[in-house]
Design a protein around this ligand. Sequence first.
Ligand SMILES: *[C@@H]1O[C@H](CO)[C@@H](O)[C@H](O)[C@H]1NC(C)=O
Ligand SMILES: *[C@@H]1O[C@H](CO)[C@@H](O)[C@H](O)[C@H]1NC(C)=O
Ligand SMILES: *[C@@H]1O[C@H](CO)[C@@H](O)[C@H](O)[C@H]1NC(C)=O
Ligand SMILES: *[C@@H]1O[C@H](CO)[C@@H](O)[C@H](O)[C@H]1NC(C)=O
Ligand SMILES: *[C@@H]1O[C@H](CO)[C@@H](O)[C@H](O)[C@H]1NC(C)=O
Ligand SMILES: *[C@@H]1O[C@H](CO)[C@@H](O)[C@H](O)[C@H]1NC(C)=O
Ligand SMILES: *[C@@H]1O[C@H](CO)[C@@H](O)[C@H](O)[C@H]1NC(C)=O
Ligand SMILES: *[C@@H]1O[C@H](CO)[C@@H](O)[C@H](O)[C@H]1NC(C)=O
Ligand SMILES: *[C@@H]1O[C@H](CO)[C@@H](O)[C@H](O)[C@H]1NC(C)=O
Ligand SMILES: *[C@@H]1O[C@H](CO)[C@@H](O)[C@H](O)[C@H]1NC(C)=O
Ligand SMILES: [Zn+2]
Length: 716
Amino acid sequence: MKSILILLAAIGAQACQPKDLRDISLRRHKREFKREFEREEKAPFPPDWDEAEQILLNSFDNTTIDQWAYYYTHGAHLAGTNKTMAQWTADRWAEFGWTSRLDEYYIYLNYPVSHSMQLSYSNGSTFTPSLEEAVLIEDETSSYPNRIPTFNGYSASGNASAEYVYIGRGQQVDFNRLKTLGIETEGKIGIAKYGGPFRGLKVKNAQEHGMIGVVIFSDPSDDGNVTEAKGVATYPNGPARNPTSVQRGSVQFLSIYPGDPTTPGYASKVDSPRSDKSENVPKIPSIPISWLDAQPILQSLNGHGPAGKEVNRTGWVGAIPGVTYNTGPVPGATLSMSNIMEDKYNWIWNTIGIINGTNNDEVVIVGNHRDAWIVGGAADPNSGSAVMVEMAKAFGKLLETGWKPTRTIILCSWDAEEYGTVGSTEWVEEYVPWLAGAAVSYLNVDVAVSGPIPDMSASPELHSIGTSIMKKIIYPYRGSTNQTMYDIWSTEGSGEIGVLGSGSDYTAFIHRGIGSLDIGAGGGKEDPVYHYHSNYDSYHWMTKFGDPGFVTHKSIGQYLTLLTYHLANDASLPLEPANFATEMKAYLEELEDTISTANATLNLGDLTEAIDAFEKYSSQFNSLREEALSTNDADLLKVVNHKARDFQRGFTSQGGLPGREFYRHIVFAPGLDTGYAPVTFPGVTEAVMEGNLTLAQEWLGKTAKGISVAANILKT
Ligand SMILES: *[C@@H]1O[C@H](CO)[C@@H](O)[C@H](O)[C@H]1NC(C)=O
Ligand SMILES: *[C@@H]1O[C@H](CO)[C@@H](O)[C@H](O)[C@H]1NC(C)=O
Ligand SMILES: *[C@@H]1O[C@H](CO)[C@@H](O)[C@H](O)[C@H]1NC(C)=O
Ligand SMILES: *[C@@H]1O[C@H](CO)[C@@H](O)[C@H](O)[C@H]1NC(C)=O
Ligand SMILES: *[C@@H]1O[C@H](CO)[C@@H](O)[C@H](O)[C@H]1NC(C)=O
Ligand SMILES: *[C@@H]1O[C@H](CO)[C@@H](O)[C@H](O)[C@H]1NC(C)=O
Ligand SMILES: *[C@@H]1O[C@H](CO)[C@@H](O)[C@H](O)[C@H]1NC(C)=O
Ligand SMILES: *[C@@H]1O[C@H](CO)[C@@H](O)[C@H](O)[C@H]1NC(C)=O
Ligand SMILES: *[C@@H]1O[C@H](CO)[C@@H](O)[C@H](O)[C@H]1NC(C)=O
Ligand SMILES: *[C@@H]1O[C@H](CO)[C@@H](O)[C@H](O)[C@H]1NC(C)=O
Ligand SMILES: [Zn+2]
């Protein structure tokens, strides 16, 4: 392996440390990291279906979907607290002909005990935030006595009292900006706005900058024009955000390690050795609050420290009335916060359902998590859970005809996703020897529906089948029923397929080299505001605003069902490895941009060669597949199917990406300082952004090597 490094001419790596480079890159990723598809005018209508497809599609019924949705959204099901619901899921699947069971793990979790907060103005008067979401008569689960407090999962327990500083979205670049402006963060409490990076990374960055506590607030600026300030009625009377709504959520350091933070790299059993979790979860307490509670806290900073406009950072200024988003601090004005959590080891339950195929060395896995931060969870995740039960029912109908799939199908209802994709990560860690040999693809649905517009992210080999199945699904949209899902996706949606970062259960699969697709539907700019991780993500909201009639649920379920059917049943696996070559060439161009923005010089020769080899061998693979299909040679077909199943394992790097062993995929990964949003060629790109060109060149070599391994699996 060549590792000749051409360093920056005059300036040393330190001097070149790019200040706002992360930000530039992130904006570019948003625009370009969804590769455009060649869009056809409109998919043929009505679509053509074969007999099996018709049986599957016709089985879908919005009345039963409604029943499943109702069940899942009327009982607390925080991670590790509702085994009844896991068993209920297993029982439904079993009724429809699936062999089902519960897979248990024993994991570290923490639960809220008590919390409080107080603002003391410098004149001695005080304000006490309520830290509660309003009980709404219209929305029955908002008043359940066992409703779940507003809190951050995996937050540290503790008290903090200090002057406080507004830290924007809490990204590293925000802290860099504060430093430039001379704002001290050491020993202070940070108040951060939701949006941008995963919330755990806001807390991580604050902790690394010496802060002793963090408060994270929702801001109506995320709601566009659907706000009270623009004259729109708030939930439950209208589609705007209820001002008391709070976004709960995990503060794990997701981009470093998902899963049980005490068992990195292996499954959590009752007697598993436990390692120090402090690298993966915060040491300082954090509390999430509503914009109504945030208003006086931020207003008190008005006129102190640089104003929001002057700070001039992406997403810094929000839309809370009367707030100028100054940094503060205000001498003598303090926040006191107390956050008490109960740390414990607890059982979690993944429900697993299986239909054996004729080829048991080829397995298609479909998953959705079941746990929610609230009693409801009508969108996140139980729109997906309801759809999965209906899908199990549809396959049951097909089984009744005597059908048996070519490949094994596995359904998974994960627990503890919300704390950090824990149920799926532990399961993958347990079964990885078998999965690495047998898994064809992992299909994920999390929020199946929070609005009417379909959205998809996937690894490149799934792009083609992922879009073609959309053309087979009738997709009701704003009262019109004569179009396909593809039409709505390509006209009202982005018409682009996202790159997988993290934030749901595909993470553990992808980073073991198992290709994945993530599907769901969300709201557009003018749709009702979805109260993410709030009590108002409820059955009432869903039936009134999110998806009245469960019509979008039905279409998303039908989509997932047909996609699963074709992956499990087509003689030739409908995967397109060659599309990885197309995508990697685009990522290479983006990498070249990143390198030139950083004024760096690196040798891209090995990487370019490896991508060219991949392109050549994937096209050889296509020829061999055509031959297998035209000669109908079963042995040859098995050979090509196994190549399609296996090639992506080559993209995984033993030992993982720099500083994060868990993340192994060398083509894409969650950004270190984003958590959700992806970075492509992450080993190289992150090193360039950090200004470590030695590391970048080393990772150019490792990335090229991984691509060569994948290419050689496809070679015929
Ligand atoms: C790259 O060089 C240009 C011109 O010399 C300079 O303006 C820019 O700030 C540099 N960028 C970085 C990230 O160092
Ligand atoms: C578990 O969930 C079910 C269904 O929503 C609910 O009926 C039950 O009360 C929940 N159990 C607990 C202990 O909250
Ligand atoms: C103290 O300051 C706050 C914020 O400026 C103000 O709302 C409050 O009325 C003041 N209290 C007294 C007693 O002056
Ligand atoms: C809000 O409305 C204004 C005026 O109609 C429009 O220009 C703007 O694009 C809208 N913003 C969003 C986010 O929809
Ligand atoms: C804000 O920053 C951008 C880019 O760094 C710069 O072009 C712009 O002039 C700045 N605006 C103000 C008001 O400082
Ligand atoms: C933390 O704060 C709470 C609420 O103010 C208080 O009851 C508790 O005694 C404090 N604990 C410690 C260790 O200071
Ligand atoms: C499915 O296959 C597995 C492994 O080959 C086997 O252990 C299991 O008994 C089969 N299940 C059914 C219901 O046939
Ligand atoms: C679908 O319905 C619209 C009006 O509702 C009509 O204009 C259009 O021609 C119809 N398209 C098809 C393909 O039937
Ligand atoms: C099912 O959808 C139809 C419209 O297609 C609607 O009239 C009906 O109310 C829906 N049923 C339920 C249970 O939501
Ligand atoms: C750059 O990465 C190399 C590993 O390739 C490491 O040895 C070195 O310490 C890193 N430099 C900095 C400044 O972090
Ligand atoms: Zn979710």
